[in-house]
Design a protein around this ligand. Sequence first.
Ligand code: GLP
Length: 241
Amino acid sequence: MEIIRVKDYEEMSKTASSYILEKLKQLDAPVIGLATGSTPEGLYRLLVDENKKGNVSFKNVTTFNLDEYTNIEPTDPNSYHYFMNKHLLDHIDIPKNQIHLPNGNAEDLEAECQEYENKISEAGKIDLQVLGIGVNGHIGFNEPGTPFTSRTHIVTLDESTREANSRFFNSIDEVPTQAITMGIGTIMESSEILMLISGEQKADTLNRLLNGEVSEEFPASVLHKHSKVTVIADEAACSKL
Ligand code: GLP
């Protein structure tokens, strides 16, 4: 695991954007895994800028998002569909049929999970997966205790995760209790992983990621078993190392 320490959120976002642009240049038809959350917002803003300036095109890019809440309309401002459209996908030249997010509104959610896995397989593999991290070490919505071998599945969200994400909702009661997430096994099949970590509230999390043991109780620790992981962390996140 390589760690790149940067000054602050802005520098983290710039470093991640340059990293991704370089990757996109190297591949003819890149498949990129995307994450939601506050952490990658700055990165997405920079990618939109670069696309507007004509420095990068997404015409050949295919995307797969990590997760989506269940029982939420894609047009709901709290859905991850809405988030991705607002922060990235509506503003870049990517063809709509190359964009993939789990359908949290599918009638048969189990079948949707299998279908999502099939779509990833059909695309070949994810060349670069962008990840954030939850305070409890979750990746995507894989909460502590999720098997490292898990595939795309339905999860019941931890109360701590619902509380952390309630800042986007009017109240915690509105935060969905379930989500569909790519599994840890699915994420680990990506050729490369780029994790972004920012802020003092993630300082203990980063410390545990780098210095703790590899355990299903801390899902992100699985990344120690992957051969190509880059973590970009700002000073505040590194403050307890
Ligand atoms: C959310 C998402 C994750 C994200 C994490 C951290 O629940 N499902 O994909 O990485 O929590 O979010 P943030 O970047 O807002 O701290």
